[in-house]
Design a protein. Structure first.
Length: 214
């Protein structure tokens, strides 16, 4: 099992060199002069500080790669064409997108490969949560692939998710499998990602109620 020092490779090498140098001086001279001790300690502190700086994120809004995936499977009592349309018709998406109690005063979908997505979710407390995205693939009525990204107050993405939704019909019912894979995130995304599973669960409950009425 390897030991994780928390340093970058360059910093670790520098630390080893300093330790070897101090050991050689001890063996040769018998006593390390106070000035040399101060020099070694100073160099060691500089190397450790550099290693930590290299590991630390610079700029809270920069996006770092990350891998996290949620998978949901649900059976709808409706044919795949109706369920698929509920995902691509902006008027229908506005009725089910988001947790219980949320509305979508803005819901713009250009349902074609490369088409843009813009949804503004409004919570029960009136707070608006803007989201953008783009369609990557559309195979009606079998498969959808699109990206989604929640925006911060400056309109910059807090995180990015690649969503893949498949629809398999049998006997007039549709098994929908949706995968939400987080591919980028920022420090400010933590609270949003923590509620992502509950948010999707409630959204799909609202979708089920919608297609049941179709």
């Amino acid at each position: 099992m390897g030991i994780r020092t928390g340093l970058t490779p360059l910093a670790a090498v520098g630390l080893v060199i300093i330790m070897i140098g101090a050991t050689v001086v001890t063996l040769v001279g018998g006593v390390i002069p106070a000035a040399l001790i101060s020099l070694v300690v100073g160099l060691l502190a500089a190397v450790v500080a550099y290693g930590r700086w290299r590991l630390a994120p610079h700029g809270g809004s920069s996006q770092a790669p990350v891998e996290r995936e949620l998978v949901f499977t649900r059976l709808f009592d409706a044919p795949s064409r109706l369920v698929f349309k509920a995902w691509t018709d902006p008027k229908q998406v506005a009725r089910w997108w988001g947790p219980h109690g949320f509305t979508n005063p803005v819901c713009e979908l250009d349902a074609r490969p490369g088409g843009a997505i813009r949804v503004d979710m409004r919570g029960p407390d009136g707070v608006v949560y803007p989201m953008t995205g783009a369609y990557q693939a559309i195979v009606e009525p079998e498969r959808l692939v699109f990206t989604s990204a929640a925006l911060d107050g400056a309109g910059k993405p807090l995180f990015e998710v690649v969503n893949t939704v498949t629809f398999a019909e049998q006997g007039g019912k549709t098994t929908q499998t949706s995968k939400a894979r987080v591919v980028k995130t920022t420090a400010g995304a933590a609270r949003y990602l923590a509620g992502m599973e509950a948010g999707w669960t409630q959204s799909l409950e609202r979708l089920a109620a919608l297609v049941a009425k179709a």
